[in-house]
Design a protein around this ligand. Sequence first.
Ligand code: CIR
Length: 266
Amino acid sequence: MPFELPAFALVRAVAPRFDACLREHTEPPIDVEAARLQHAAYVAILRGLGIQIELVEANDAHADGCFVEDTAVVTGARAVLTIPGAPSRRAETREVLPVLARHCQVQVMEGDARLDGGDVLRVNGMLFVGLSSRTNQAGIDLLASVAAEDGLETRTVPLSAGLHLKSVCTFLDPSTVVCAPSLAREAMDILHASGCELLEVPEAPGANVLALGDVILVSIAAPLTVALLRARGKQVVLVDVREMHKADGALTCLSIRIPRPGHWSA
Ligand code: CIR
């Protein structure tokens, strides 16, 4: 199945109390207005590439709502609405469901299953899913059963540190995954064994890139990664998501990409 620019991207506006988000470090302070501007610029880049935007309004009860990727995983014609691992984030899915259901057949996660979309890395016909502090095996099993109906194989990737699998590695192109120096050996072995080439990038924020067709979005906080990818002939677009980095977020977490039928998107 061909890899392509997504047809749609579901995004969620930055909440007025974005500064009350979950984060590992309480410093430096978050500038909510700057975050709003950065989010608007991100959405404008997606639009400029020809991606249609589905916007879910912000809800002040959901400080982390703009990290919408964690609430759903699109596997093809199907999608899974998750139960995010962090209790404070569970209600975020409610307002995502009706928008997602316009595009996909949605399976709603139930019971003890937990999963954050930031743990799900798709590479061609494979889903690699981080078994993390946010995602449990029941969540992975539920996702795997839906993904199998869309013809995908799922592999569990145990994570001992870091927030999500895609905090430390992301899809670059159909033969390459970029990864942070901190990616654990076991995770590397699993990716290698499934045929992925790993390209280590020199900066942690450079490990979360967003490949939209041939265009690679890279954080402005990772200039060495930008240079590395450009030297490899990649068409790189810099994006300022520094307020999102303060909230432990990056580029992929700000959208749910929905491919055209018969295609797939990162
Ligand atoms: C959280 O801790 O849940 C948010 N502050 C950050 C979520 C980032 N999501 C992602 O990378 N997919």
